[in-house]
Design a protein around this ligand. Sequence first.
Ligand SMILES: NC(=O)c1ccc[n+]([C@@H]2O[C@H](COP(=O)([O-])OP(=O)(O)OC[C@H]3O[C@@H](n4cnc5c(N)ncnc54)[C@H](OP(=O)(O)O)[C@@H]3O)[C@@H](O)[C@H]2O)c1
Length: 236
Amino acid sequence: MTPTRDEIFELYALPDRSTRRVRMNFIESADGAVTLDGSSGALGGDTDRAVMSVLRTMADVVMVGAGTVRAEGYGGVRMAGPDAAWRRERGLSEHPPLALVSHRLDIEPEHPFFAKAVVRPFVVTHEGVPERRRRALDEVADVLVHGAERVDLALTLAALATRGMTQVLCEGGPHLFGSLLEVGLVDELCVTIAPRIVGGDAGRIDQGAPEADRRLRLASSFVDDEGYVFLRYAVT
Ligand SMILES: NC(=O)c1ccc[n+]([C@@H]2O[C@H](COP(=O)([O-])OP(=O)(O)OC[C@H]3O[C@@H](n4cnc5c(N)ncnc54)[C@H](OP(=O)(O)O)[C@@H]3O)[C@@H](O)[C@H]2O)c1
């Protein structure tokens, strides 16, 4: 049965806000496709959007890879009134900032990611990126430079925690998930199974991580009235 907003908050409640946590959120079809028509939106439904809002409401920061920003057109995260109020009551900013992770940093300051940002975002990159490209984004974002030749995501999470941002919601995409998995930085996987078979050549929710038997513990599950299955796993 489709849960109410309050029930969704309970299903995804955080045990505390002091333990550092990376929570992934994805949707996939029953045959494992991460996109339909090139984006995840076409797979979603009302409950999935409600869960996404709740997860964003609980987050200190929403992390996303540059490929997802290019494909899904992220232009800022604005929480609706009750969600903003939930955050305010807990001493959080009304809207969580976004953090974009990019290796190449081939993004202009005019991009909607910056132009439509609700709060000043973070950009995460590494020292190998030409300084002029990093400088070009100084006006529109806090640029975090972590790692010599590639982004050191452990440093990024530590730096965010130093700023009081311990609860990281990562909305993908698959390559960023793969990178986080590879270095053992994922604590939780929230995945929605859409009642669709997509076929085609859409990828999986994780890309690039070496094969391993990574065990999960099911923390909660429910099915909504449209047949979407919502799974919350802890990485053990
Ligand atoms: N179903 C879902 O829930 C869902 C969620 C998210 C995305 N998607 C879909 O997934 C597709 C995009 O997949 P993707 O794997 O390309 O997404 P992605 O992981 O967001 O993007 C890959 C790009 O992000 C940057 N990046 C990722 N990990 C990095 C790391 N460890 N260090 C530095 N940069 C890193 C790089 O950007 P640069 O190229 O700028 O260096 C890389 O080329 C889209 O079609 C999107 O719609 C689906």
